[in-house]
Design a protein around this ligand. Sequence first.
Ligand code: FJE
Ligand code: FE
Length: 294
Amino acid sequence: MTATTTPVSRSITKSVLSREQSEGVGARVRRSIGRPELRNHDPFLMLDEFSVDKNGGFPDHPHRGFETVTYMIEGQFQHEDFAGHKGTIGPGDLQWMTAGRGIVHSEMPVKSQTRAHGLQLWINLPKEHKMCEPQYQELLDGQIPRATPQDGVVVKVIAGESHGVKSQVYTRTPTMYLDFKMDKNKTVTQIIPSTYTGFLYMLKGTTFIGDKEFEGKAHHTLTFSEDGATTVKIQTKDEDAHFVFIAGEPLKEPIVQHGPFVMNSSEEIYDTFVDYQNNKNGFERARNWHSTIA
Ligand code: FJE
Ligand code: FE
């Protein structure tokens, strides 16, 4: 037993603004997790708020050892991989991709659109899942369950649970991913497991978080205290707000990242280069493959 008492609500330990930077080919991203001030947010590796016009995108590139979760806010995004898996996601739709042992794919806006705007989260995989078979979990907006804890508060439950509503998404790394839309002058409490690390990424408006009412504004990442508290209190005042609430169980395993490959040791990264170069151990179908959408 500890002598210190656990606070009721998590508080905010850091608030970091994401300014736009260039990424991919002619794409702009506001990087949240993964920027220098927000490294080591185990199990999360990266969160980008991307904005891509018809001339930009993320053409043919590989992944190994983690998951990418793409959540569209506006516009249409196309993807195509080396196994012939192909599709388009639009506003509110979600693609939860487990790269596992290897994916090579292309992610591009639909050309007729003016702008594709969304979020891409990279979640690390536990050692025992890094070399799993790739898997896609795709959900259209209408298939994502909603919780309405009160009038004027809608929570889309992308992963995990909120106010009794559960997601069916299978998370190899225990993860919560919630999209909150709150009218002004509302207060909600979200339950979070005591061991999870987490943060809010603000898309619109202003929130006040925790008992000390830490202010959160658009394009800011607000990281939660790691004090074992099992709720997060979130308020709005004179503005509506839109944000995502992301939290997960830290893996506490070594992370060796080289661009799109994330493994546990430099030997495994070296092996990954060899596999990718020689089209083996998951990269067989990369031989002579070129996407048709890039
Ligand atoms: C990548 C550079 C990249 N953020 N947001 C290097 F741009 C990427 C990459 C993305 C990406 C893709 C989408 Cl759809 C949205 C993104 C970076 O593809 F994987 C590496 N390694
Ligand atoms: Fe990708």
